[in-house]
Write a protein that binds this ligand. Structure first.
Ligand code: NAP
Ligand code: ZN
Length: 352
């Protein structure tokens, strides 16, 4: 065991503050990674503040962070894919039972025994797992991703959650050329959804509550932008979408979007508002529309997404911040005031 500097929340109401956490010494299948950048996902805020307490209560102290990019510093004797000096990525998962049908299908994100990167039981050290707002992490090789070397590392880090969470449902629901795709909420997830839908050849419409994001949405790859508070603008798209991805973090009316789907169209929720959303049956029944959810992605698909990003030179638009600004970043994220993901430069931890 060794100690590293980190940044943790001591309770649902405390600001994040600097601390020291233990990491295991790498065993034969482990990869030890010096963390260079870690994105700030809205999930970090939901969990640091125990907003999902009824489903997954937060154990304190909590070290968030599941959009990790770094450099390998040590590998165990049985590790074959990585060597010291390599770039490596870690997303939302650090382990699973590896034997259930989901794991066998490469869908570890649906394993009933998955271990999340933070706030899951830590089988090796006891207590809970600690995430990427820290100087280093040790992860079993199977859950470590290869990061294409042509990508900017600060912008690549959020691919490990915001990237795969939007890429996976688009692949599942067949987003491709000729499809009309909506993206609701132009935040960290939403802006990646726009980039992927555009790269996959779809006609992309962004729905935003922030009129000032219009130019950015077009620059990111949208073909049209709708300010969702304008009912007339919404109505123009009624019954026309093949697929809509909803990446909104707060309470909102999803019926307004279900009504925009064509026959057999699908709306997938990836955003996780703390309170349940009301769904009107009529909106679904009338055109055999479906409403579904999706969580991150499995390890094989996460690697596919990273390789796709390498080939298409796709990264997240990031504001790089030192760890000392993490509390300010949380407040700005709540106001939708980030273009479009914060990425923490962990070199700043040395002076924390
Ligand atoms: P984010 O960067 O804060 O973006 C959320 C966006 O939602 C905002 O930029 C804003 O877009 C829109 N929004 C915020 N408040 C709103 C309101 N009251 N009404 C309507 N729209 C509102 O968050 P994120 O990191 O992308 O995460 C989004 C959600 O996905 C969070 O709930 C997060 O926990 C969840 N998540 C899920 C998964 C998964 O696997 N399913 C993975 C990661 C994150 P506009 O300004 O454009 O309106
Ligand atoms: Zn996330």
């Amino acid at each position: 065991m060794y100690n590293v500097k980190a940044c943790s929340a001591a309770s649902a109401t405390s600001p994040l503050a600097s601390t020291t956490i233990p990491r295991r010494d790498p065993t034969e299948h482990d990869v030890q990674i010096e963390i260079l950048f870690c994105g700030i996902c809205h999930t970090d805020l939901h969990i640091a503040r125990n907003e999902w307490g009824s489903v997954m209560p937060t154990v304190y102290p909590c070290v968030p962070g599941h959009e990790i990019v770094g450099r390998v510093t040590k590998v165990g004797s049985a590790v074959t894919k990585f060597k010291p000096g390599d770039l490596a990525g870690v997303g939302c998962l650090v382990d699973s039972d590896r034997t259930c049908p989901e794991c066998k299908a490469g869908l570890e994100q649906y394993c009933p025994n998955m271990i999340l990167t933070y706030n899951s039981p830590d089988k090796q050290l006891g207590g809970v797992t600690y995430g990427g707002y820290s100087g280093s992490i040790v992860v079993t090789e199977r859950f470590v991703l290869r990061v294409p070397s042509n990508l900017n590392l600060a912008g690549a880090a959020p691919l490990l959650c915001a990237g795969i969470t939007t890429y996976s449902p688009m692949r599942h629901w067949g987003v491709t050329k000729g499809k009309k795709v909506g993206v609701v909420g132009l935040g960290g997830l939403g802006h990646m959804a726009v980039k992927f839908a555009h790269a996959l050849g779809a006609h992309v419409v962004v729905f935003t509550t922030s009129p000032h994001k219009k130019d950015d949405a077009l620059r990111l790859g949208a073909d049209e932008v709708v300010v969702s508070r304008n009912a007339n603008e919404m109505q123009k798209h009624a019954g026309s979408f093949d697929f809509i991805l909803d990446a909104v973090s707060a309470d909102h009316d999803i019926n307004a979007y279900i009504n925009l789907l064509r026959r057999d169209g699908n709306l997938t929720l990836v955003g996780v508002p703390a309170k349940p959303l009301a769904v009107g049956a009529f909106a679904l029944l009338f055109a055999r529309r479906s409403l579904s959810g999706s969580i991150i992605g499995g390890i094989p698909e996460t690697q596919e997404m990273l390789d796709f990003c390498g080939a298409h030179k796709i990264t997240c638009d990031v504001e790089v911040i030192p760890i000392q600004k993490v509390n300010e970043a949380y407040e700005r994220m709540l106001k939708s005031d980030v273009k479009y993901r914060f990425s923490i430069d962990l070199a700043s931890l040395k002076s924390a």
